[in-house]
Write a protein that binds this ligand. Structure first.
Ligand code: ADP
Length: 236
């Protein structure tokens, strides 16, 4: 199963991606996460990408695309959920070509819709677990509120230390990331609109203001329905 995840930064698409990945045993390919890994490891790619990320800009395609293609090539047979890519119309086109070459087809495109101001508020409240950055923690949501140990907030899943992403506390960087997301001409929304109209994959649009499990249920039930249709087509 292959899934593309869209949603403005702060919409909770990473949280939903983790739930879906666990349900179906998929690889969760997150471009932002791969960049952060490279930055932490001090690789050449990380050094080159950092300044763009700190400013909230897109890392140039010549660095981003080969990195994502490599992750797709290494992905497991059960499939993947791709989160954070494509982020522009040009990346969507290049993804289409790559998938054709790799003989892969996208089955579902999900999209979490959220108002820009709300998305911004949410970004500023999210916390990152030092042990596993896929453990969602957020000071504004009861369901994923960090735990407290000796008066300090720690990861609700594993008790690990929490930190904040630098680019999450810089309002200019957040605005820049949102400018790119909501840009319907060349940005991420341009890619989303293209998928809505031209992609054979099942399109799943959900409102991002609901609770985490409510949104997960909505997405998962659409996927289940899609899978049931596929089975019926295959076996009659
Ligand atoms: P967010 O939480 O804002 O969705 P991510 O963790 O997905 O952010 O990405 C963090 C940063 O990594 C982005 O602001 C951007 O600089 C860079 N990045 C991630 N994906 C891409 C991409 N597809 N193309 C270019 N840059 C990217």
């Amino acid at each position: 199963m292959r899934i593309l995840a869209f949603g403005p930064n702060g919409s909770g698409k990473g949280t939903q991606g983790t739930i879906i990945k666990e349900r179906y045993g998929l690889d969760h390919i997150e471009s932002g996460e791969i960049f952060r890994h490279h930055i932490k490891a001090g690789t050449e790619l990380g050094l080159k990408a950092k300044k763009y990320i700190d400013e909230g800009n897109l890392v140039p395609d010549y660095l981003t695309i080969p990195m994502v293609v490599e992750a797709l090539k290494k992905s497991n047979d059960r499939g993947w959920i791709l989160d954070g890519f494509p982020r522009s119309l040009s990346q969507a086109k290049s993804l289409q070509e790559t998938l054709q070459e790799l003989k892969m087809r996208v089955d579902y495109v999900f999209e979490i819709e959220l108002d820009r101001e709300e998305a911004k508020k949410r970004i500023m409240g999210r916390r990152i677990c030092a042990i596993d950055s896929n453990h969602p923690n957020h000071i504004a949501f009861d369901a994923i509120h960090p735990a407290e140990k000796e008066g300090i907030l720690v990861c609700r899943v594993c008790g690990g230390r929490l930190s904040m992403r630098e680019d999450d506390q810089d309002e200019d960087a957040i605005n820049q990331r949102h400018d790119i997301y909501y840009d319907e001409n060349e940005g991420t929304m341009a890619a989303v609109l293209d998928y809505r109209e031209n992609c054979a994959a099942r399109n799943i649009r959900v409102e991002g203001t609901g609770g985490i499990s409510e949104i997960a249920e909505e997405i998962l039930s659409e996927i289940e329905e899609g899978e049931a249709i596929k089975l019926r087509l295959k076996f009659g």
